[in-house]
Write a protein that binds this ligand. Structure first.
Ligand SMILES: [Zn+2]
Ligand SMILES: [Zn+2]
Length: 269
C-alpha cells in the first residue's frame, strides 16, 4: 500500500488502506484545513503531475522546487561540502530524476529540517540515500522511521562547518543551519520559516503562524536575535524561491528583530 501524503501541507502518513481521518499539521492553529476539506495523494500520483526544478544559488548550493507548486510550496536546498552533501528542508516529491541527479552529485550525507511543516517525505529521502535525518520536534513526526535521529540541545554540528542552531519561535525545535563556508566564506544561514525572509529582501520576520498571521512574543524574538548574534553570516536563504538576503544578513536579522520588538510595544529585559 502506498503512503498517504496531505495535499495541503505535504506531510506523509503511514501506508494504510484508507487515508487518515485528518492531518494533524493542517489542523494545528499554525496551518489550516482547506475549505473544501482535506485531500490526499500518493507518491506515484504526485510524480505523475509534478516535476522538480533545480536552480544553482551559489557555487555549492542548489535549490530544488516542485512545479506546479505543491503543499506549502517551500524549496529544499542541497548543500555541497568536501565531506558530503546535506539536504536542508525537504519536499514531498522524490521522483526518479531527482534521485538520479542527487546520486550523480554524490548522494546525501545527512538531512536536516527547520521544522515540522517541511518534514514531508523525509523518511523516503533518508531511505533512498541511506542517511540520517535530524528533526528537532519529535512530537510532529507522523511516520516513525529508523533513519530519524531526533536531537536536543542548542547546537548540533552535522558536518565540519555545518551547524544546526535551535532558535525555537515558530516551533519549539525551530532550527536554522549555519554554513561557515557559504557566501564565499562570509557565512550563510539556511533559515526555513524560523527566520522568514520577507518581501523586502533586506528584512526578515518571525511568526508563530504565517498563513494565520499570528505573532511571536517580543521576548522570543529578542532571544532569537541574541542567539544568532555570535554567528558570522552574510547571506540568509529562506524557505521559498527568491527569498534570500544576499548581503548583510546578520545586520538584517538584528535590525528586523529590533523593529519587531518596537512595533509590539517593547519588552522588559
Ligand atoms: Zn496537512
Ligand atoms: Zn512553518
Amino acid at each position: 500500500m502506498p503512503i498517504q501524503i496531505c495535499n495541503a501541507c505535504g506531510t506523509s502518513y503511514p501506508d494504510t488502506p484508507a487515508p487518515p481521518s485528518g492531518c494533524l499539521i493542517c489542523e494545528d492553529e499554525r496551518q489550516f484545513v482547506p475549505r473544501d476539506g482535506q485531500v490526499w495523494t500518493t507518491p506515484a500520483k504526485l510524480a505523475g503531475g509534478h516535476v522538480n526544478a533545480w536552480r544553482r544559488l551559489e557555487t555549492d548550493l542548489f535549490e530544488i522546487h516542485t512545479h506546479p507548486g505543491f503543499g506549502i510550496g517551500q524549496r529544499a536546498l542541497l548543500l555541497r561540502t568536501p565531506r558530503g552533501n546535506i539536504l536542508w528542508d525537504c519536499i514531498a516529491l522524490l521522483d526518479d530524476a531527482t534521485e538520479m541527479l542527487v546520486r550523480a552529485l554524490g548522494g546525501l550525507q545527512a538531512i536536516a529540517i527547520s521544522h515540522p511543516h517541511y518534514y514531508t517525505c523525509m523518511q523516503d529521502w533518508a531511505r533512498a540515500f541511506g542517511c540520517a535525518v535530524h528533526p528537532a520536534d519529535a512530537d510532529w513526526v507522523m511516520r516513525p522511521d529508523p533513519a530519524i535521529r531526533q536531537w536536543d540541545g542548542e547546537t548540533l554540528e552535522i558536518s565540519a562547518g555545518v551547524t544546526l542552531l535551535r532558535l525555537g519561535g515558530h516551533f519549539p525545535g525551530g532550527t536554522v543551519l549555519h554554513w561557515a563556508d557559504g557566501a564565499d566564506g562570509r557565512g550563510a544561514i539556511l533559515s526555513g520559516d524560523i527566520v522568514q525572509v520577507a518581501a523586502d529582501l533586506d528584512r526578515v520576520s518571525f511568526l508563530w503562524s504565517y498563513p494565520n498571521m499570528m505573532p511571536l512574543a517580543a521576548a522570543t524574538v529578542l532571544r532569537i536575535a541574541a542567539t544568532l548574534s555570535p554567528w558570522r553570516f552574510d547571506r540568509i536563504y529562506g524557505a521559498f524561491p527568491g527569498r534570500q538576503v544576499m548581503a548583510g544578513g546578520a545586520g538584517a536579522v538584528q535590525r528586523s528583530a529590533k523593529r519587531y520588538i518596537e512595533l509590539s510595544g517593547g519588552t522588559q529585559r
